[in-house]
Write a protein that binds this ligand. Structure first.
Ligand code: SAM
Ligand code: SF4
Length: 362
């Protein structure tokens, strides 16, 4: 049974300087894209009621509510399904979001990145701080009561104080959920070819991360995943499905899915996708060991960590024997906590998560 689905909408008004996602400005292809997407969904969806649906991008809030409604109508839902739309501030207007609310979008993920107008310009965002505040008010007054915001730290010219100010301004908006990402200079982005000056170094990114966690925790947010904070009960159920290694559909250009023990990725070529939306560019059948390692890797992202009993039952291993050396090493360094039923990373461990996780890979 597959109860989670991700849908990729690749259109953007313009490309942000840090972004290497499969997204572009080919909005003229929108109608053909929606047709291909619906064809793909109808071919692959098996009819189980969805617990979560996530429409991401790109900028899915560029679509008309009628297009989004066509997509939503392809699925059956649980009575409490979480249906998220990724939204860019400059695309928000009242009448559009009244419609989106009516057709069933019940969670918004708003891409703020920073409240600092100079930095917003430098990273190529279309919106200003004033846009952020007005779009947020529109969303709230329309009735959306489950709003997540995205922030980035380590942006060019961002100081620790700048970032603390971003966190405080974010808290003032009272979003239920906050995602925060350290800036990555990704191949394929404008910044990759034109490295900006005044980039905070790794140490500064780490200081920002520690401050972030401290301030958000003091303000009632739970640090439930490496990059995510939420008020109790507002953790992203969709993203939890990834971290708990559940199966999910991926629909749309370059979308990834996970069905049974197969991971697939759709083609990332728009013209190919329009011709044949069932074309994949990767299909990997995971071995038992790979599935186990993935499950550990994903669970270590969560503050609740790895549920040892579940893993032992599923994979027939004695977890603490198999990974004794690694657990001893990192608990001694205070980067990992272990009790009878779980192991998890500490806040310091989160900072070194990639290194620790790779130790679990054979
Ligand atoms: C899939 S992206 C798109 C969301 C939406 N289109 C927007 O721009 O607001 C989701 C989030 O990833 C983060 N992100 C994208 N590229 C990044 C990068 N190179 N480094 C750090 N965070 C990044 C941003 O916070 C962004 O809001
Ligand atoms: S960050 Fe968002 S709006 Fe900017 S190019 Fe990437 S997907 Fe588009």
């Amino acid at each position: 049974m597959i109860e989670h689905a991700y849908i990729h909408i690749p259109f953007c008004i313009r490309k942000c300087n840090y972004c290497a996602f499969i997204s572009g400005v080919e909005i003229s292809n929108k109608d053909d894209y929606i047709k291909s997407l619906i064809f793909e969904i109808k071919s692959k969806y098996k009819g189980d009621k969805l617990k979560t649906l996530y429409i991401g991008g790109g900028t899915p809030s560029l679509l008309e509510p009628s297009d989004i409604n066509k997509i939503l109508n392809c699925f059956n839902y649980d009575e409490n399904s979480e249906i998220t739309l990724e939204v860019n501030p400059e695309t928000v207007n009242k009448s559009k979001f009244i419609e989106l609310y009516k057709i069933g979008i019940n969670r918004i993920s708003l891409g703020i990145q920073t409240f600092n107008n100079d930095i917003l310009k430098q990273i190529g965002r279309k919106h200003s701080r004033e846009n952020i505040l007005s779009s947020y008010n529109i969303l709230r007054s329309t009735g959306f009561d489950n709003i997540s915001i995205d922030l980035i730290y380590g942006l060019p010219n961002q100081t620790l104080n700048n970032f603390i100010s971003d966190i405080n301004q974010a808290i003032e908006l009272k979003p239920q959920h906050i995602s925060t990402y350290g800036l990555k200079i990704e191949e394929g982005s404008y910044f990759y070819d034109n490295l900006p000056e005044n980039l905070p170094d790794e140490d500064m990114q780490a200081q920002m991360y520690i401050k972030l966690s401290e301030i958000l925790k003091n303000n009632g947010y739970k640090h439930y995943e490496i990059s995510n904070f939420a008020h109790k009960g507002y953790e992203s159920r969709h993203n939890l499905s990834y971290w708990l290694n559940k199966n999910y559909y991926g629909f749309g250009l370059n979308a990834s899915g996970y069905e049974g023990n197969m991971r697939y990725k759709n083609t990332s070529n728009l013209n190919e996708y329009l011709k044949n939306p069932l074309l994949t560019e990767e299909n990997n059948i995971l071995t038992n060991t790979e599935t186990l390692e993935n499950e550990i890797f994903l669970a270590l992202r969560l503050s609740q960590g790895v549920n040892i009993k579940n893993i032992e039952q599923k994979y027939g291993i004695i977890f603490k024997d198999k990974y004794k050396k690694i657990i001893d090493k990192y608990t001694k360094l205070n980067l990992m906590k272990a009790d009878e039923n779980s192991i998890s990373l500490t806040e310091q461990g989160f900072l070194l998560s990639n290194e620790i996780m790779s130790d679990f890979m054979e």
